[in-house]
Design a protein around this ligand. Sequence first.
Ligand code: GLP
Length: 242
Amino acid sequence: MIDKSSPIPFYYQLESFIKDQINSGNLVPGDTIPSEREYAEAYGISRMTVRQAINSLVTEGLLYRKKGSGTFVANKKIEQPLQGLTSFTEDMKKRGMNPTSELIHFEIVPASINIADELHIKEHAPVYEIKRIRLADGEPMALETNYISANLVKGLTEEVVNTSIYAYIEEKLNLEIAHADQMIESIQASSEDARLLKINKDHPMLYIKRNTFLQDGTPLELVKSHYRGDRYKFFIKMKRFE
Ligand code: GLP
């Protein structure tokens, strides 16, 4: 398995071997992988080399470590296309997963100057501030905070936001959600993310800010989301010339 005559570094050979084991299903999510010592002894390489291979797979999100219990195969990341303007509910259903939400906060508050600016409304105008944990098949994926003008989207209730906000806006209010600007940045999990998403503080996260607009250009929502970096990857098709 490790070809000592090859110019390919040993750590890289081991890394490729473990990747193959995962891709072929010999190792499945939740499985413990052998210890550093076991790999080192089995293949006659140093523990440092084994550590280098494992560290690289941990950084890639294919493996994760649990203090005191070992290194495990991670769940496959969700590959999220960036082209379509879709909702969390739609995204998960498309994958055959069950989307649920845990409501953390729901309140109508006076818009701060920043929120008012983003939503093109007057400062202190009423906005819904909605904070939800978004779960897929019961696993927490993201912590999402929406700001929506209460004068634009009437009748939003705790019951509605426990399901799909987009479905309510389109199906009940007949408003046309048209386009959005979205920005993605890497961040580390805050203490709140850690507590609510059951991850470690400083866990890698993706901060996603979305400004969504209706067909006539009216700002519909400002959304600040923290997605788990180990569970998500984004994907976009690119054309060199339009
Ligand atoms: C995604 C987006 C949010 C949007 C939400 C609506 O999670 N990142 O910007 O507000 O979908 O989801 P739903 O209709 O399921 O409430």
